[in-house]
Write a protein that binds this ligand. Structure first.
Ligand SMILES: CSCCC(=O)C(=O)COP(=O)(O)O
Ligand SMILES: [Mg+2]
Length: 249
């Protein structure tokens, strides 16, 4: 019998018509393992001195108070007690805003000193460049604070990507990622109707919130990532940016 050498047909890409693509970072553009490894290892030993040395920074003072409140610590809790809570949240990858505020400042300094850099899956940057070149807007909505998002995109392995991104949103500027109201806030800030926005995310709770706000959603189920093969409900599911084609309406 002769072997059939006909190549398997390439599946059609998922076609999306959207004015702006808003991307999540961890699990979507970038590996959770890199963030929970390199970045968390960088932040962990620096938390206590950062909190003490920046006690006069209103953002750090508020974050400290928020940790004390959220973890039901005594109001005069020591820095050591606060840091123990932060370590425990980091262990479970809890996306708590005060943790993200403190980590974000530490990482911003680490990026500025070239002591850390960012990670993007191979399929991501070519697509971001292509969509940008074809007039599709690009924005970010991540639990990571804006203070860390910007240098994350600036120090990519393929150079500075910040010129591709018009807007950065975090849980302080937009609100919690599993609340539809946060997506309303982003749509209003971008001045784009919900139906002309698409959110790329790996998190089923975020998928549900963005859909409820009337956005289009592409769910990312990447092998090795925390939400691989999760239940993404009604959303279209892909495993790579290469499987998606976005055109501006
Ligand atoms: C900007 S790099 C650090 C990202 C981060 O701390 C994080 O929690 C990312 O979570 P996401 O909402 O992007 O899944
Ligand atoms: Mg994510």
């Amino acid at each position: 019998m002769t072997e059939d050498h006909t190549p398997a047909p390439t599946p059609d890409p998922l076609a999306v018509s959207a004015r702006t693509v808003v991307v999540d970072i961890e699990g979507t553009t970038s590996a959770a393992g890199f963030i929970l490894g390199d970045l968390y290892d960088y932040a962990r030993p620096r938390l206590a001195s950062w909190i003490d040395d920046h006690a006069d920074d209103p953002a750090i003072a508020e974050a400290r108070q928020q940790v004390v409140h959220d973890a039901s610590l005594a109001t005069d809790a020591s820095t050591e007690e606060v840091v123990a809570v932060l370590h425990e949240w980091m262990e479970r990858d809890v996306k708590a805003t005060p943790l993200k505020t403190i980590q974000g400042q530490i990482w911003a300094e680490g990026f500025a000193k070239s002591e850390i850099s960012s990670h993007f899956f191979d399929d991501v940057i070519p697509k971001l460049r292509d969509w940008h070149a074809h007039g599709v807007g690009l924005a970010v909505f991540s639990s990571g604070s804006i203070a860390s998002q910007v240098p994350w995109f600036r120090h990519s392995p393929d150079g500075d990507l910040t010129g591709l991104i018009t807007d950065f949103f975090d849980t302080v500027s937009a609100g919690p990622k599993k609340e539809p109201a946060s997506y309303d806030a982003i749509a209003s800030s971008l001045g784009v109707p919900a139906g002309e926005l698409v959110f790329f995310t790996d998190n089923p709770g975020e998928v549900a919130a963005a859909l409820e706000a009337g956005w289009q959603v592409v769910a990312f189920s990447r092998a090795g990532e925390p939400f691989f093969e999760a239940d993404f409900g009604e959303a279209a599911v892909v495993s790579s940016f290469a499987e998606v084609e976005v055109v501006a309406p």
